[in-house]
Design a protein around this ligand. Structure first.
Ligand code: ZN
Length: 212
């Protein structure tokens, strides 16, 4: 907690000056984020840092494993659906990014497939992505290395999320209008590189060319 308090002090003393005008403007005019950014709760994945976004830019959903349940999953298991509806219907974001990442503990737990007795909610939540686990079991038999399987699961889970996004009526409508675009990203923690799914190449490719 001490580190958080110190961080707040540092922000107020050293950083806030640069943002004063922007925060006041956002308070008066409301938010108008351009993108719904869905990523993992993992402490190493910072949406704003890796995209250099400012306050007001991103509507961020962080959940365990950046899972997007299909629209048919309702109720308390799907708070992500509430964020999707709000971002797409009210905020009218133009883009949705689903960003998975390497070394994802949620994907490891999903692949391990053991009962999580002391964590029933986590078990139920991961079960939403059961289709991803089954796909790794059936289509990725050639991968014997756990790290490779976890990476494959994280990538497949991003595609699963994009497919599920299309099951939401509001998303469907905006996609049909051509006013909404979906993107699948993958963040490699060790090098902080971002990859984007290229549907034509059917694989994740570097999002930007590295300088130099
Ligand atoms: Zn994760």
């Amino acid at each position: 907690m001490q580190r958080l308090i110190e961080g707040v002090h540092k922000f107020r003393a050293e950083e806030f000056g640069r943002y004063r005008k922007l925060f006041r403007q956002l308070a008066q005019q409301g938010q108008n984020p351009h993108t719904l950014f869905i990523t993992c709760s993992d402490s190493r994945v910072l949406a704003e840092l890796i995209t250099q976004s400012q306050p007001g830019d991103l509507f961020v959903v962080k959940n365990v494993g950046n899972i997007v349940p299909p629209a048919s999953v309702t109720g308390s298991t799907n708070s992500t659906a509430a964020a999707i509806e709000f971002a797409v219907e009210v905020l009218q974001v133009g883009d949705i990014v689903v960003c998975g990442h390497s070394q994802c503990g949620a994907m490891e737990a999903l692949l391990r497939n053991r009962p999580l007795q002391s964590m029933p909610n986590l078990g139920e939540w991961l079960h939403v992505a059961e289709a991803v686990r089954r796909m790794i079991e059936s289509e990725y038999k050639h991968l014997t290395n756990d790290a490779e399987r976890t990476t494959a699961a994280a990538e497949e889970n991003v595609l699963f999320a994009l497919e599920n996004l299309r099951s939401y009526p509001s998303v469907k409508r905006r996609l049909a209008d051509g006013t909404l675009h979906l993107h699948g990203w993958f963040f490699k923690i060790a090098t902080a590189e971002l990859f984007a799914f290229d549907p034509e190449a059917n694989q994740f490719v570097p999002l930007v060319r590295e300088p130099g």
